[in-house]
Design a protein around this ligand. Sequence first.
Ligand code: C2E
Ligand code: MG
Ligand code: MG
Length: 399
Amino acid sequence: DIDHFKRVNDTLGHEAGDEVLLQFANRIGGAVRSVAGDGVMVARLGGDEFVILVQGTDLRELATQLSTRLVTDLGRPLAVQDRQVFLGASIGVTLFPDDASGATALLKNGDIAMYQAKVAGKNCYRFYSRAMNHAVERRAQLEEELRGAWDRGEMSLVYQPIFSADSGLLAGAEALLRWNHPVLGTVAPSVFIDVAEQSGLIESIGPNVLREACREAAGWPTPAGMPPLFISVNVSPRQLRRGDLVDIVGDCLGQSGLRASQLHLELTETAVIDDELQASSLLARLHGTGVKVWLDDFGTGFSGLSYLKRVPVDGVKIDRSFVVDLPRDPDDLALTTAIISMAHSLGITVVAEGIEKREQYELLRERECDLMQGYWMSYPLTAGEFAALLAQPPRNIAG
Ligand code: C2E
Ligand code: MG
Ligand code: MG
């Protein structure tokens, strides 16, 4: 299954999509011929899914070689309509007769293994194993338990402080969702947000998060001589697509009494790119309410920096993956520097997240990054801990 194929169709059009399919088919053919020789069947099953049928004596070894080769070949950028497109493929492998004896069961196994490759981060391969059936079942069970988790009081928000680089003082916080499962204990958002997103449950959880975050932030005192603290809330792609986000934001502000300018919504770059036209009109309507819009995980998407010129956002959060190897990695340094200068030339605020070391903080401050978030300054805090922090004399991270 091609990774991110939908994005090509949505952003570059169906002709580009067709071109990608052709180029993929050619690369698959080339890889198969060079690794497994002739007598291999390659088929397009539909959409962006291909099936390869290979025979051999040491099948496991052969499948490993072929999958490794395919991941490498298909992960290289494609040239489509004068643009470089980074895709990749997720591959599931199943063996006859070890895993199953019928065609239907083999295809289903392949699909389960492919899905595990997607979950593992895409652009990789996985061999089917019986344990994967359990993984699929576990996921279904998690979804069942997630339904109603908010109403049962199992979910809560924590608040991670965000500091101004300039003054070194607290400027606001990001609300992060936590799930305290009665049996499993704390479940990481990296596990359950995805389930909530895929199942659509995020559409009911998201508004609860927004309401709760606004209510909490409305009670925060404004630090002396400073602007009011902001609260930034993550909004999922599905919430954007529903069409009632502007109304929900309006309700949350009305009920809590929070000033619109104190609320920041974090949208992911990919959600906005996936449907740029619709997103632009949504962004305009959100701005009409007075809230600020930030792009989260910036730099990981597909877009390139010039994209910032076209979408009206107030801030970008440089993804943690570009911060983690600072100050050593020269590429990351070049990229973060470019993001900051591009954003500033457009009047856009820059936040760096995932700062874990003093050197990272200092380097980014030198490069004039505006806001700083990360474990080096503070872990996410419970509502009570955050309130306690506000009651103390202000801490200056620069000092
Ligand atoms: P995100 O919005 O990019 O949030 C930042 C994540 O980085 C948080 O993880 C935070 O705890 C973590 N982080 C902050 N500083 C550091 C650091 O210095 N080092 C490291 N290693 N990590 C750091 P968390 O809370 O696990 O959230 C993960 C993701 O889950 C978030 O990424 C966001 O995409 C999603 N998420 C969390 N809460 C919500 C929510 O209420 N709604 C939606 N739609 N998504 C949410
Ligand atoms: Mg975020
Ligand atoms: Mg982020």
